[in-house]
Design a protein around this ligand. Structure first.
Ligand SMILES: [Fe+2]
Length: 260
């Protein structure tokens, strides 16, 4: 089966691009499962309940997130009220945080799958250990659910690589998000886990990780608080397509996708 994972959907340009491009990707690759990271869907900061619904209505089965999930206050009650919901926050935030970081579901052709959202701790908030959290979550998933996808939202390449090797053979894929820049290291590890350090964002690439360049440069120059606006130039969709064996959950191949 094929899994399409769309990288960090950034602001209106990102949402618009998914709306236009996802039908074409469906036609071309026929994915059974479409997943996306949407932590920056609302003008580059967080996501709101209407945007969650908008993206799910496009046929995305599960939305993952990361450190920016907490940016919009209205998402707290949404996460609290939708405990079986298809919007995930990183699972290794303390138990008291609203929401959850694991979704177990079935595709239209009745294949069981699990999506795990984890967040790194290097150069990021010092939340619970993503390695041990992964162990605990994998333990909790029914053994007949073989397709197990991990979105690892993290800054440091070393931490992402370490977790992918730690989970090799235990999950179908570990795909990195958060840096917004796609890396050229996609591969299937020896025990059958597909890996890419970062899938890259779906948003304006003529930017600094999605934002208008000038205000970001200014902030580096004067170190004062600055207001960032979503950039407009060169919208591009970044994704990965993973082919996996539903009987074993092992990945067969992974390829990077960019559109246009
Ligand atoms: Fe992030």
């Amino acid at each position: 089966m094929r899994i399409l994972f769309i990288g960090d959907i950034f602001g209106h340009p990102g949402r618009q691009l998914v709306k236009e491009t996802l039908p074409l990707l469906r036609e071309e690759f026929q994915p059974e499962l479409v997943l996306a990271n949407a932590e920056n869907a609302a003008a580059g900061f967080g996501i709101t309940p209407p945007l969650v619904e908008e993206l799910l209505d496009m046929g995305i089965a599960v939305l993952t997130s990361g450190n920016h999930i907490w940016d919009k206050k209205e998402i707290y009650s949404y996460l609290r009220d939708h405990l079986d919901g298809r919007l995930l926050r990183p699972a290794n935030y303390p138990e008291t945080a609203p929401g959850h970081g694991l979704y177990v579901g079935k595709t239209q052709s009745d294949v069981g799958y699990a999506v795990i959202n984890l967040q790194g701790r290097v150069f990021m908030p010092s939340i619970d250990c993503p390695f041990r959290k992964a162990d605990a979550l994998l333990e909790s998933i029914p053994s007949d659910v073989k397709i197990r996808f991990v979105d690892l939202h993290a800054e440091a390449t070393s931490e992402k690589q370490a977790l992918s090797w730690y989970l090799d053979g235990r999950v179908t894929a570990v795909i990195g998000t958060h840096t917004h820049i796609p890396t050229a290291d996609e591969r299937v590890l020896p025990q059958g886990t597909a890996y890419q350090t970062d899938v890259g964002m779906t948003g304006p690439y003529d930017s600094i990780i999605g934002m208008e360049r000038q205000s970001v440069i200014q902030k580096f120059l004067d170190q004062l608080p600055a207001r960032f606006e979503v950039a407009k130039g060169e919208p591009r969709l970044s994704a990965v397509l993973i082919e996996a064996d539903p009987a074993t959950g092992q990945a067969i191949s992974i390829r990077r996708i960019q559109r246009p």
